[in-house]
Design a protein around this ligand. Structure first.
Ligand SMILES: Nc1ncnc2c1ncn2[C@@H]1O[C@H](COP(=O)(O)OP(=O)(O)O)[C@@H](O)[C@H]1O
Ligand SMILES: [Mg+2]
Length: 247
């Protein structure tokens, strides 16, 4: 059970400010290890900012973030990050294989070259997302769903213990959504910790064993079936919600 697992990411009293406006305010979050956690909140509620702060690309003005996995303090190199699709430059001159290989070469020193093992891992990652026939395609030639598969493959090739994905199901086909979900569930079974920003309330129950509701502040956290109450949803979106919880 997730609620008995040790914490993987522990966030305490986190505050992030843009142009003197707080976008995350005094936020606490504990993500248990080997959990598939969904983060839910309205547009502009600080979800992407939270992920970037965990990754260390944004510095908070207050608060602490500790990352633990397998009884060791970890740094952000043990986190694979799949950014929001609209934040990527799809005209960048690079093909599918190179995008996934970046996960491996990023770990090398300038004088090192990719080894046989790196190529094997890249092939394996591309196979996991059923994209082996697309290795030579330019990334701009792919559909939205195929692009998302490739970014998941890059995260897989990093072989990190923690995966963070920002709205991976946005603007993709249903087959890709199911494939990504089954890959994520498989990783969870292997003991990896996975955090997904998600926007579709109808699928939260089915997709995530834990859910974090936020809107600048922490609203609720826990096993999805306990958290997804109309009252919590209403608090998160600050509007009356005509939505039945399929328990
Ligand atoms: N680089 C930035 N500079 C200034 N404000 C920003 C920046 N990035 C995001 N914001 C603002 O911070 C708030 C939270 O943004 P974001 O974390 O992207 O929300 P979400 O991912 O939940 O939609 C929004 O009001 C957004 O306009
Ligand atoms: Mg966002």
């Amino acid at each position: 059970m997730s609620d008995q697992l040790p914490p993987c990411i522990t966030i305490k009293d986190l505050t992030v400010i843009y142009n003197s406006k707080p976008v995350i305010w005094d936020l606490d979050l504990i993500v248990p290890q080997a959990t598939l956690l969904g983060i839910i909140g309205p547009n502009g509620s600080g979800k992407t900012t939270l992920l970037k702060t965990i990754m260390g690309t944004i510095k908070p003005i207050a608060g602490t973030i500790t990352i633990h996995q397998n009884n060791k303090t970890q740094n952000t190199q043990n986190i694979a990050y799949v950014p929001q699709k609209n934040s990527i430059d799809w005209t960048f001159p690079v093909n599918v294989y190179d995008v996934v290989m970046m996960a491996r070469t990023a770990k090398l020193y300038w004088y090192q070259q990719a080894q046989k093992k790196d190529y094997e891992i890249v092939d394996w990652a591309i196979e996991q997302v059923n994209m082996s026939n697309f290795k030579d395609k330019h990334i701009s030639e792919l559909s939205g769903g195929q692009q998302q598969r490739i970014f998941l493959a890059r995260a897989l090739a990093q072989q990190a213990d923690i995966l963070i994905l920002d709205e991976p199901f946005n603007g993709i086909d249903l087959a890709t959504e199911q494939l990504i979900l089954s890959v994520l569930k498989g990783l969870k079974e292997l003991g990896k910790t996975i955090i997904v920003v998600h926007h579709d309330l109808n699928t939260v129950q089915k997709y995530f064993d834990w859910t974090f509701l936020m809107n600048i502040k922490h609203i609720a956290l826990g096993p999805t079936k306990n958290i997804l109450t109309s009252e919590n949803i209403e608090k998160t979106f600050q509007a009356k919600f005509d939505w039945n919880i399929p328990l």
